[in-house]
Design a protein around this ligand. Structure first.
Ligand code: GLY
Ligand code: MN
Ligand code: MN
Length: 480
């Protein structure tokens, strides 16, 4: 049945709308909800620009969330009135030669029929916005930067340039950023979005199992990367939703290692941090496995700390739980674990980190245990791999409909000690902990799972083998 639906839907909305399981009515409802939250006004949103040699992004997430439109170089104008949004979509004039490369886009009639928007050429946007602003409507914008990681660093995007020119022409108008409001709405996933996320996660979990059956000494990290890419595409997914991380031995201790070039050795662990995309929705699942198929006692000891931290955070997560309490629960488990292994001088011991300037704002960054997990505990997933909500940094609380990761890690490397500023406090710490750091050197463990907050608790979505015995058992089924 499912494949019949997948075959029919593209006929109804030929390559115009992005996520085929999300229909025009849901997009329209999202825009009306935004109108309720923003109040009366006018909103201008920008989509992704055409792919270049350096950027091949499909569509910007906020634009995609509001429209489902994948076409490049488009802009959206919404007139918000009385809790309803009326939209006009602006597209670039078609370049006939370009169409021979990029394909024939739908004409404006087809686009209007599939989306419910009035469709105009991009040149009509400035006069239309001018007249609405002249009528005194509040102006909101969704500038065309993509991920929150890059927010505000790019001031030369098309949307920024357009809005700067608009502001110069309308010195009395205040232009407000609608991203925070759209982000808060995007944080709660609809049932249709949940279905797409579940699919992305299921595909990823199946690939993790396949990788566990395949990993063995002598293979290169890129062969495992290729396994994931192939598995994601074979299943009908979009491919990797972000750069796959396959890091063995010393590379297991680098959080975002994507070179994937090393030959795996017996006695290594390998961190596999991957996620399939499914109709634009991203999974994000990490498993760390022993290359030889069995954890050594030392690897298991580190693994257990990470798993304990994840379990602690799972227990806290639920509707109404504060992000802070959730973060603290995992940090406390890591602090206890690394102290037990002699990697720190004690649960609360502090040091002089290379990032000492950040400790006033966040004292935990000056604790020795932070050195072994200097990254956030997890993030929302959705149209971006780092989607709203942002529980790793915000002060809010979990709410039903949120889908997010819990991804603690412990990464041991003598390089951690080498990078410390030469201070009396650090010298004393290094003298105490060096033997343990050398013992666990090159063991990096991250465990990352995907969860949904329900009305009553939290659902674990990414059910790949996770306990050490389950992983070893999955690896025993290896074909040789
Ligand atoms: N895969 C990137 C992350 O875990 O956040
Ligand atoms: Mn993640
Ligand atoms: Mn990840």
């Amino acid at each position: 049945m499912r494949h019949i639906i997948r075959a029919i839907v593209p006929l109804l909305f030929p390559a115009v709308l992005a996520a085929q399981e999300i229909g025009p009515a849901e997009y329209a409802a999202r825009r009306d909800t935004l109108a309720v939250h923003l109040g009366d006004g006018v909103l201008v949103a920008f989509g992704a620009v055409s792919p270049t040699e350096v950027s091949r992004q499909a569509q910007l997430p906020a634009f995609r969330w509001l429209t489902g439109v994948l076409e490049h170089d488009a802009a959206l104008l919404l007139v918000l009135r009385g809790g309803r949004a009326a939209g006009t979509l602006f597209t670039q004039p078609r370049d006939p030669r370009r169409m021979l490369y990029d394909g024939f886009p739908p004409d404006s009639t087809a686009l209007a029929r599939a989306t419910g928007f009035a469709v105009r050429s991009i040149g009509a946007l400035p006069p239309m916005l001018d007249s609405l602003a002249a009528a005194g409507l509040a102006v909101y914008t969704l500038r065309d930067y993509a991920a929150e990681d890059y927010a505000d660093t790019d001031t030369l995007t098309r949307g920024a340039v357009f809005m700067r020119a608009f502001a110069q022409g309308h010195p009395r108008a205040t232009v407000r950023d609608a991203h925070p409001t759209v982000d808060s709405l995007r944080a709660r996933k609809s049932p249709a979005e949940m279905a797409l996320l579940r699919r992305a996660i299921d595909v990823t979990v199946a690939a993790q199992r396949e990788a566990m059956r395949t990993v063995r000494p002598g293979l290169f990290e890129y062969q495992i990367e290729a396994l994931f890419t192939s598995a994601f595409r074979r299943s009908g997914g979009d491919g990797p939703a972000f750069g796959s991380i396959v890091g063995s031995g010393p590379n297991s201790t680098q959080y975002h290692y994507e070179t994937n070039a090393r030959r795996m050795q017996p006695g290594d662990v390998v961190v596999m941090d991957v996620g399939a995309g499914w109709n634009g929705y991203a999974a994000d699942v990490t498993r760390t496995v022993p290359v030889s198929g069995r954890f050594t006692a030392d690897q298991r000891a580190v693994y257990q700390i990470v798993r304990d931290a994840q379990r602690a955070a799972e227990r806290v997560a639920g509707p109404g739980a504060s992000y802070q309490a959730w973060r603290d629960s995992a940090r406390a488990a890591v602090a206890r674990g690394v102290a037990r292994l002699g990697l720190t001088e004690g649960v609360d011991a502090t040091f002089d980190p290379p990032w000492a300037d950040q400790c006033r704002q966040e004292p935990v960054r000056c604790t020795q245990s932070f050195l072994y997990m200097a990254h956030g505990l997890g993030h929302g997933i959705g149209l971006e791999v780092h989607d709203p909500p942002h529980p790793w940094k915000d002060q809010g609380m979990f709410a039903p409909g949120q889908v997010f990761t819990i991804e603690p890690g412990v990464y041991v490397s003598t390089r951690l000690l080498d990078m410390l500023p030469d201070t009396p406090k650090n010298r004393a710490m290094i003298a105490k902990v060096r033997p343990a750091v050398e013992r666990y050197d090159n063991i990096g463990v991250r465990i990352e799972d995907d969860y949904a907050i329900t009305d009553t608790g939290v659902e674990w979505l990414s059910r790949a083998p996770r306990e050490p015995a389950e992983i070893e058992s999955a690896m025993r089924r290896r074909g040789r």
